[in-house]
Design a protein around this ligand. Structure first.
Ligand SMILES: Nc1ncnc2c1ncn2[C@@H]1O[C@H](COP(=O)(O)OP(=O)(O)OP(=O)(O)O)[C@@H](O)[C@H]1O
Ligand SMILES: O=P(O)(O)OC[C@H]1O[C@H](OP(=O)(O)OP(=O)(O)O)[C@H](O)[C@@H]1O
Ligand SMILES: [Mg+2]
Length: 286
């Protein structure tokens, strides 16, 4: 049997669906059995292990899994030797310090000598050290936001995304400790054979991610506006310009980045673009 790459993904929880979805978008079919803890891809040399998120960095460092999809926050917290190969654009959140809303926060020194509840003691300790602060860190594994209300701590350090859990518990975010998103990580000593499989997987993932971050754009413009419009539209190499059936008009095709999107659209309109169409890209092979 040929060599296979082993990937760990979260067994259940926030990361699982998006992790399996990105593998699917890479054209990889996994035969499972959701209750199975181990499954094989039918059309790619990949074996999937379903593990607890918090155990994944250790498994990858030990080489039980070659690669994994895991939150950067967990990689940082577990302080394992791993390569972070690619950010994946989902499960975006931040680790933040929060206090009861009636506290008058005066700045970082406020935390000196305070008791802070967290599930991320290492990340918190690093943040405190970097700011020359000393706190009493109280480690709990979940429901951290309840700690100040039940007299367990003065403040918390926990993950935030929408902020609604903080709000519901009468807390206010006051400092950002780190930002995180799901990423693809790898063991530092992967064999050459497995590295070759990993390169193929990474190539597919990057094509999928690039497609998500970009849109195909088509528009019409009078020929005398084409030069100005092209200046606003970089494209993958350069925009395509085709004549319209109507004399004196052209159709311009290009690719624009999601981040620049609305700014570019405004510029295009100002420069005389008409009939602008935006189309999602399925894969973008770079
Ligand atoms: N509110 C949130 N918004 C976005 N991403 C989040 C949020 N909370 C957690 N995450 C990200 O999702 C990851 C998994 O969170 P989840 O709550 O599913 O698992 P867990 O309970 O931390 O871990 P385990 O699988 O070990 O039980 C976190 O490590 C973090 O990267
Ligand atoms: O800012 P928000 O959008 O409200 O998200 C933040 C909450 O999400 C996470 O908990 P989760 O829902 O994963 O529950 P858990 O603690 O049981 O893992 C995190 O620990 C926060 O409590
Ligand atoms: Mg959680």
């Amino acid at each position: 049997m040929g060599e296979k790459l082993t990937i760990a993904v979260q067994k259940s929880g926030r990361l699982q669906d998006d992790s399996l979805q990105i593998l699917k978008e890479c054209g990889i079919s996994i035969d499972n059995g959701k209750d199975q803890l181990k499954a094989n891809a039918s059309n790619f040399p990949l074996e999937v292990l379903y593990l607890r998120n918090s155990d994944i960095p250790q498994y990858v460092q030990d080489g039980v899994a070659d690669i994994a999809i895991v939150g950067e926050n967990v990689v940082i917290e577990k302080q394992k030797e791993l390569d972070v190969l690619q950010k994946l654009g989902f499960s975006k959140c931040r680790l933040a310090m929060a206090l009861p809303k009636d506290v008058e926060y005066t700045g970082l020194e406020y935390f000196n000598g305070k008791k802070i509840a967290t599930s991320y003691p290492n990340s918190l300790q690093q943040f405190l050290d970097a700011n020359n602060l000393k706190c009493d860190i109280h480690v709990i594994s979940g429901s951290v936001e309840i700690a100040p209300n039940i007299g367990l701590a003065d403040g918390i350090c926990d993950l935030v995304s929408s902020g609604s859990t903080l709000f519901k518990n009468g807390l206010v975010e006051v400092e950002e400790v780190l930002v995180s998103e799901a990423c693809l990580v790898a063991n530092k000593n992967i064999s050459n054979l497995k590295s070759a499989i990993l390169e193929r997987l990474l190539f597919r993932m990057r094509s999928v991610l690039a497609a998500k971050n970009n849109k195909y754009i088509l528009l019409n413009a009078p020929n005398n506006k084409v030069a100005d419009i092209i200046k606003v539209l970089p494209g993958m190499k350069s925009p395509t310009v085709l004549p319209l059936a109507q004399e004196g008009w052209s159709s311009i095709h290009s690719v624009i980045n999601e981040n620049d999107f609305w700014g570019v659209i405004d510029q295009l309109k100002l420069n005389g673009a008409e009939g602008i169409l935006i189309i999602p890209i399925q894969k973008m092979v770079l």
